[in-house]
Design a protein around this ligand. Structure first.
Ligand code: HOZ
Length: 427
């Protein structure tokens, strides 16, 4: 056992790159060093130093019912007793597929994978195979996992690394990714005009969550859909974060825009590694072994992940979304009045239980440029102050809060009070 986070981190740094298994966790963009966790329960997380935090990150989205949720844990235990993996079909994979098809409007057939990155990289391969075109359009500040084609003007950890374009991505791969501006339909039209009949797909986080939370402007997603249709290109919604989070059917249900392919992750595995991509039967029949687009995975559709995911998906009803909305709206309102009271240059963006407090002079963050101009030093101070007060936030300005249904009255009050005290302290 390590005695505290500092010694655990020093040890980890010697044997794991940067001491972490995903860069954002290293706390570098908040000029700090990571906290190491021991356990979680409901809305709380406990570190190895003996501190307790209200968790506002929820493992970046999956934990809609909080930590160590009893039904999820029970489902994992009973499934594991039957064997942990078979590398062969199990019936629970069809139960999961049926559930996803019932919940997500665009999906008639679905393939399970093990992460969101796998889902998005498979989705663009499918789009290219289906349309027989090579180019894809992504949006600056959108992050679709760490596959080469997406690490171009990417959000999340790539945004705070100092070099958004990762080394190791070849020019040949990069040239097949075109970049448009989020919320700017003209930038999309220009790319289509310049590259006629070459664009396989447009991939977008319909609610951008990896440059902080950026809300699509009214009509933006609908126009995107029309442009794709006119040009025989596919529209891919990356709903790894928004799927099952902002409504049962994700952003596509909320904004009533049906993409051709949807990618899913996070909540779908109930906290275990799982992802998925799906669409119409016609498109999905291009995936091997029925079609020529190859994609495979030893642990795809893993029974533990399917059980955990199903234990969550089957409980996502109207009451849960009302509860999440109520919790999130209270926190949103509280923080908004704190911003007014303190006069700090900040604004808060929210869709359901996803939100970001931006330290910016602008009233509203609409795109990558706006996001990049935020005061990340002030965010770092804010983050540290909140952490000291027992509230765990994303360790970067360019991420979202994902609130759980386990956040109670006391938690809400503590989050709002800590926010006020932190804002007063840092300005
Ligand atoms: N923005 C990431 C979630 N989509 C943060 C998690 C990570 O990279 O570890």
């Amino acid at each position: 056992m390590f005695t505290n986070s500092k010694t655990a981190y020093n040890k980890a740094k010697k044997i794991i790159p940067g001491g972490v298994n995903s860069p954002v966790r290293a706390f570098r963009s908040v000029n700090s060093t990571p906290v190491f966790f021991e356990s979680g329960n409901g809305s709380k997380m406990f570190d190895i130093d003996g501190n307790k935090y209200i968790d506002c990150v929820g493992s970046w989205g999956p934990l809609i019912f909080g930590h160590a949720d009893k039904e999820t844990v029970d489902s994992i235990i009973s499934s594991s007793k039957l064997g942990t993996t078979f590398g062969a079909p199990t019936e629970i994979e069809s139960t999961m597929a049926s559930k996803i098809i019932e919940m997500v409007p665009s999906i008639e057939k679905v393939r399970m994978v093990s992460s969101g990155t796998e889902a998005t990289m498979s989705a663009i391969r499918l789009a290219r195979g289906y349309t027989k075109k090579d180019l894809i359009i992504k949006f600056s500040g959108n992050y679709h996992g760490h596959f080469d084609s997406f690490l171009i003007k990417a959000g999340s950890g790539a945004m705070t690394l100092g070099k958004p374009d990762s080394q190791g991505v070849t020019e040949n791969i990069a040239k097949d990714t075109l970049v448009a501006e989020f919320n700017d339909i003209e930038s999309v039209k220009t790319l289509f005009n310049k590259n006629q009949n070459k664009i396989a797909a447009v991939i977008i986080e319909p609610i951008a969550g990896n440059m902080g939370l950026v809300i699509p402007k009214n009509g933006f997603l609908k126009e995107l859909k029309s442009i794709c249709k006119e040009n025989n290109s596919l529209l891919i919604f990356d709903e790894v974060m928004s799927g099952f989070r902002v409504s049962r059917g994700g952003a596509q249900e909320l904004y009533n825009v049906i993409p051709d392919i949807t990618t899913l992750g996070k909540i779908i595995g109930g906290g275990l590694p799982a992802g998925a991509y799906g669409g119409s039967t016609e498109i999905m029949d291009h995936v091997a072994p029925d079609g020529p687009v190859y994609q495979a995975g030893t642990l795809s559709g893993n029974p533990l992940a399917m059980s955990a995911g199903l234990s969550v998906l089957t409980r996502l009803n109207d009451d849960i979304y009302k509860k999440l909305e109520n919790i999130s709206a209270r926190i949103h309102d509280g923080i908004s009045s704190n911003i007014k009271e303190t006069g700090v240059n900040a604004n808060i963006a929210r869709v359901g239980s996803m939100m970001t407090l931006f330290f910016s002079k602008k009233d509203c963050i609409e795109n990558f440029n706006d996001a990049k101009n935020c005061d990340t030093n002030l965010y770092a101070k804010y983050f540290k102050s909140m952490l000291e007060m027992g509230v765990y936030l994303p360790p970067s300005q360019y991420e979202c809060l994902f609130l759980s249904s386990k956040i109670d009255e006391d938690d809400i009050n503590k989050i709002i009070d800590s926010n006020l005290n932190s804002l007063k302290k840092i300005i």
